[in-house]
Design a protein around this ligand. Structure first.
Ligand SMILES: [Zn+2]
Length: 311
């Protein structure tokens, strides 16, 4: 507990120091982020403007579902909608990889300080647990993440992998409708993992061995959000992970209270946690970015960190 508070304090001081150095210069260079954005939505996903408006108007809905994008919170284009798998294949989409494992980022000045600290803590966690480095945008890098409280579509959403140029990750701060995208460390981490190239866990080809999808309980126009990919596209060396921060919760896109849309087949398994990266999320991310090394030159640092710190 005391350790956590100390960590938050250190995080706060670091953040204020970074902000002080960068703020004045960067404010002059900030691109204009409009209140309303139109992230690419694949036509196959079949989500209309009306659907999105309907979702945006719903209360008590999970903030990852609210934006009405592909599978709730991902902005995709047709080009790689057809090819996605649990993590993007860099041999198929080399341009989606963040170069040199480095992700320049900028946290919107529109956030309150306490919310900026929560976002910064999520970034620091990924920096610590992987060899990926989020670094403050200096104003010179062409590709960078802009972490922004987008007004429409609101909620928590992200592009998948590097999109090119300034790229938005939408994290809605807490308001009177709830804690939204910053209630737990896992929520901003979930969206940042999309931005790094990771998809939802339950879209794996082998998922039917592990979860039952109750089609009748899903709002009809969102049934395609529960599609899975062919085995060819989704071969993955890690085992199915109920604990993944990238797994849907049991009520995502449900028609009503108590109508579960996903039920784990393994008794006692719980899904949809948004506390922290799981051990497997951590290993998968490190593997995707080549942090684990190859035999015989394994880099045990990240194996150890994932096993100790992953949920
Ligand atoms: Zn997601």
């Amino acid at each position: 507990m005391y350790g956590n508070r100390l960590l938050s304090l250190t995080a706060a001081f670091q953040l204020i120091a970074i902000t002080a150095v960068l703020c004045r210069n960067i404010q002059l260079m900030l691109p204009n982020i409009p209140d309303v954005m139109h992230p690419p939505i694949p036509s196959e996903a079949g989500i209309s403007e009306e659907d999105i408006e309907y979702l945006q108007s719903m209360e008590n809905i999970d903030p990852e579902v609210k934006p009405g994008l592909f599978q709730g919170d991902m902005a995709l284009n047709n080009e790689y909608f057809d090819y996605w798998r649990v993590g993007l294949r860099w041999d198929v989409f080399p341009e989606k990889l963040w170069l040199n494992r480095t992700v320049p980022y900028l946290i919107s000045p529109l956030y309150e300080t306490e919310h900026r600290i929560l976002i910064y803590q999520a970034i620091r966690t990924i920096n610590f647990m992987t060899c990926i480095k989020f670094v403050p945008w200096t104003g010179r890098e062409q590709d960078y993440l802009m972490i922004w409280p987008v007004k429409y579509p609101s909620g928590c959403w992200s592009y998948v992998g590097r999109f090119g140029g300034p790229q938005v990750v939408s994290l809605q701060p807490p308001d009177d409708t709830g804690s939204n995208c910053l209630g737990t460390d896992g929520r901003p981490i979930h969206e940042l993992l999309h931005a790094l190239g990771i998809f939802h866990e339950q879209s794996r080809a082998d998922r039917d061995k592990f979860v039952k999808i109750n089609i009748d309980n899903i709002i009809p126009q969102y049934r395609s959000n529960f599609d899975k990919q062919s085995l060819k596209n989704t071969t993955y060396q890690f085992e199915y992970d109920y604990d993944s921060v990238m797994h849907y919760g049991k009520n995502f896109f449900s028609i009503g209270k108590g109508k579960q849309t996903i039920v784990p087949k393994y008794e006692g398994a719980t899904i949809g946690q948004r506390k922290m990266m799981s051990k497997t999320d951590c290993l998968k991310l490190n593997d995707l970015y080549g942090c684990l090394g190859k035999p015989p030159n394994y880099n045990y640092k990240y194996y150890t960190l994932c096993n100790y710190m992953g949920l």
